[in-house]
Design a protein around this ligand. Structure first.
Ligand SMILES: [Zn+2]
Length: 212
């Protein structure tokens, strides 16, 4: 699922987004080569990660399809937690799944810092033991109140509790960790969609940045 890079060139007091750097500025027609550093193409970092290569992370993806494959910004999202080998544990109406494929384009939030040695060692065992509990049998699933998010957050909270740390509510976790990532993703998806239809997408810079 390779995604074509999005490049940004700055000229004519605007950000010009494109897939391939144009020889000339689409606004003024002047050559961009030799037009100074702002006009040099800069590759935008993708907000998406290959989920199976993200150990010990909270992952988020559309329930159906992919973020860059036509996600409309409103459809249901699905979440899961990876073990140290990138297997995605996730809960739905069929119970717990241990997915080795299907999470190739995700928003990823790492859950374990590299210096948390004890937790790094224990993670897979904790996740497996947590997931075989009766709490996650299929019949307990409810679309709005007891779902993939309930499962993932309950696991995160069980880890926090075992470390003597304060637990997090769904809104705390969402605001602190998820929303900053989904905001970036949403901007990137907009650019991606614009550049599927058009060669350039031009965004005028706000006044204080009009320096080039
Ligand atoms: Zn220009």
């Amino acid at each position: 699922m390779a995604e074509a890079a999005i490049l940004r060139v700055r000229h004519c007091r605007a950000d010009i987004f494109c897939r391939r750097p144009p020889a000339r500025c689409p606004a003024c027609g002047r050559p961009l080569r030799g037009a100074g550093l702002p006009a040099a193409p800069l590759r935008l970092p993708s907000p998406f990660r290959h989920g199976h290569r993200q150990p010990r992370a909270f992952l988020l993806r559309p329930t159906a399809g992919t973020f860059l494959g036509g996600y409309d910004g409103k459809s249901d999202l699905h979440v899961g937690i990876t073990n140290s080998h990138g297997v995605v544990y996730n809960y739905n109406e069929e119970g717990i799944h241990r997915a080795e494929t299907g999470w190739e384009q995700c928003i990823s939030i790492p859950l374990v810092q590299p210096d948390m040695f004890g937790l790094l060692q224990e993670w897979d065992k904790l996740l497996e033991e947590f997931s075989v509990g009766e709490a996650w049998l299929p019949h307990r699933y409810e679309e709005h109140d007891y779902n993939c998010y309930t499962y993932a957050l309950a696991f995160i909270n069980s880890v926090l509790a075992a470390q003597g740390k304060q637990q997090m509510s769904k809104s705390e976790f969402t605001e602190k960790f998820v929303i900053p990532q989904t905001k970036k993703a949403s901007k990137y998806i907009t650019l991606h969609q614009e550049l599927t239809a058009n060669e350039f997408y031009v965004v005028p810079l706000p006044d204080q940045e009009k320096r080039c």
